[in-house]
Ligand binder design. Structure first.
Ligand code: NI
Length: 257
C-alpha cells in the first residue's frame, strides 16, 4: 500500500471548521492524508470527537480532558468519559497533562485529573496523548510515578533535547508539528535531528500552529507535507521515508491496522 500521511493530533470538532468541516475532511484522502486522530480537549469534545470518528472511516478519536479544562470534571462526568473511551473508534486517552502556561486550573486540580486519566488509560489498555506546557518537571515526575509501562506520545513537544531523550528512553513518541518549520523552532529542529525517525509522529494540532508559509492561519492536515518536508531535510532522508515511517509509528502506537 502506498504510504499516506498520518496526522496524530487534530481538533476538527473546533468551531473554526464549522463552515467547511465535511468539505475539508472529504478532501483528505485525495490529498494523501490517510488517517487522522482527532483529540478531545474540552468537555463538549468528549462527545463530539466520537461522533466525528463514527462518521469518517479514516478518523479516529482520543478522549480525555485537557489540563485547561479539567475543572469541568467530577466523578459522574469521569464515568461518562470512561464510557466514551470504550467506544470502538477511540484509540487513545487524550489530550491530558499539565499546562502551567495558561494556568487555567490550580496545579493540584490539574495533577489530580492527569493522574486519574493516566490510570484510566492503564485500566483500558489505551495509549496516552500528553499535553505539557511550562510544566516539564511535574509532568516527568508524574509520568515516572504513574506512567510506567504506558505507551503514548508527548504531543507538540516543547522541551529540551535531554527531556526528549528521556521520554524516548521510556518508550514514548515525540509529536512534531508546525513549530519545526518556524524560524524560532531551533530547539525542536535539533531534537528532530537527534531522535530516531522511529520515535516521531507527525501532527498538526489544527486549527492551531499552522506551519510556515501558513503560520498564523487556520491549520489543517493538508499542510502536513510542509512539516514532513522539514523533517526530511533535517534528517537527510526522503520525504517519502518520513511519511512512511511516521505512518507506521502511529499505526503501531494506536493499534490501527
Ligand atoms: Ni491539541
Amino acid at each position: 500500500m502506498t504510504p499516506m500521511i498520518f496526522d496524530s493530533h487534530a481538533h476538527y470538532d473546533s468551531g473554526q471548521f464549522d463552515e467547511d468541516r465535511d468539505e475539508i475532511l472529504n478532501s483528505m484522502q485525495e490529498n494523501g492524508v490517510g488517517t487522522i486522530v482527532n483529540s478531545a480537549a474540552d468537555w463538549d469534545s468528549v462527545t463530539e470527537v466520537v461522533e466525528l470518528a463514527e462518521k469518517y472511516p479514516f478518523v479516529y478519536a482520543a478522549v480525555g480532558l485537557h489540563p485547561d479544562e479539567v475543572g469541568d470534571l467530577d466523578e459522574e462526568r469521569f464515568a461518562y468519559l470512561k464510557a466514551q473511551c470504550q467506544k470502538e473508534k477511540v484509540v487513545a486517552v487524550g489530550e491530558i497533562g499539565l499546562d502551567y502556561y495558561w494556568d487555567n486550573e490550580s496545579h493540584d486540580v490539574q495533577k489530580k485529573w492527569f493522574i486519574r486519566q493516566l490510570e484510566l488509560a492503564r485500566e483500558l489498555d489505551l495509549p496516552v496523548i500528553i499535553h505539557s506546557r511550562d510544566a516539564a518537571e511535574d509532568t516527568l515526575k508524574i509520568m515516572k510515578e504513574h506512567g510506567q509501562g504506558l505507551r503514548g506520545v508527548i504531543h507538540c513537544f516543547s522541551y529540551s533535547k535531554e527531556l526528549a531523550r528521556e521520554y524516548v528512553k521510556m518508550g514514548f513518541y515525540i509529536g512534531v508539528g508546525g513549530v519545526v518549520t518556524f524560524k524560532n523552532g531551533k530547539k525542536l529542529k535539533e531534537i528532530v535531528e537527534e531522535i530516531p525517525l522511529e520515535r516521531i509522529l507527525l501532527e498538526t494540532d489544527c486549527p492551531y500552529l499552522a506551519p510556515v508559509p501558513f503560520r498564523g492561519k487556520r491549520n489543517s492536515s493538508l499542510y502536513i507535507p510542509y512539516i514532513a518536508e522539514e523533517i526530511a531535510n533535517l534528517k537527510g532522508v526522503t520525504y517519502e521515508e518520513v511519511v512512511a515511517q511516521t505512518e507506521l509509528n502511529a499505526k503501531k502506537l494506536f493499534g490501527i491496522i
